[in-house]
Design a protein around this ligand. Structure first.
Ligand code: 5GP
Length: 226
């Protein structure tokens, strides 16, 4: 497996301002259920947008280009890498995946929070940028549950399934580098927990400085003190 953080000046600037959107980075082993949690949270949390990654993996039966991923071939991906178009990219289970710098920059500049679904390498890369990101690790409750979910999904070849299960323990080992861990045993509860993390992080003083200052200034400017 390999990963790379590209030149990130634009993206670094993006998250240094408290008036800009925040990046919420969600990782888990393949089959850990992060897709379901992310979809659930996008339904209930306002002002949150999903970062659609680029991948060289082929689309699964139910996947739509531009919705789950932008599906590209290896030369096109390499061209994007060379052009510095990725915030981060990694080779995961034998395919390339990358987060679009432009999507992140546009949305966060508009004050919209972004949710990124990336592997543990991608999460480490984003952390290294010293950006004001929040990372959440989704832990499947047991190996049996993970295997069952991957099998039930029915989208992996036996080889791909074996690779994903083999890589899982090493991915789990990375949990302590994250800000939060959610044990994904009950989907509804896990969605509520992820939404709570987002709301709590939004309420941090540092992220509300601009807004709070405006309110305080308004208080100071009022003549009528009774
Ligand atoms: P899948 O093939 O099952 O959709 O995804 C395989 C792994 O790649 C998952 O852990 C997923 O989170 C990760 N992944 C998806 N998009 C990106 C990305 O843009 N960057 C990185 N580093 N990993 C990604």
């Amino acid at each position: 497996m390999s990963s790379k953080v590209t030149e990130l000046q634009t993206a670094t600037q993006v998250n240094n301002s408290p008036t800009r959107g925040t990046l919420f980075v969600v990782s888990s082993p393949s089959g850990g259920g992060k897709g379901t949690l992310v979809r659930g949270v996008l339904e209930v949390v306002e002002n949150l947008s999903y970062s659609v990654s680029y991948t060289t993996r082929g689309p699964r039966a139910n996947e739509v280009n531009g919705r789950e991923y932008f599906f590209v071939d290896v030369p096109a991906f390499e061209e994007m890498v060379a052009g510095g178009e990725f915030l981060e990219w990694a080779c995961v289970h034998g395919n390339f995946y990358g987060t679009s710098k432009q999507q992140i920059a546009e949305k966060t500049a508009a004050g919209i929070d972004m949710i990124l679904e990336v592997d543990v390498q991608g999460a480490a890369s984003v952390r290294k940028l010293l950006m004001d990101s929040v990372s959440v690790f989704i832990l499947p409750p047991s190996f049996a549950v993970l295997k069952e979910r991957l099998c039930a999904r029915g989208t992996d070849t036996p080889e791909s399934l074996a690779v994903r299960l083999r890589n899982a323990p090493n991915e789990l080992d990375q949990y302590s580098a994250f800000d939060y861990v959610i044990i994904n045993d009950k989907v509804e509860r896990a969605v509520r927990q992820l939404a709570s993390i987002i709301y709590a992080e939004r309420a941090r003083c540092v992220r509300q400085e601009g807004l709070v200052r405006r309110v305080i200034e308004e208080f100071r400017s009022v003549d009528d003190r009774g």
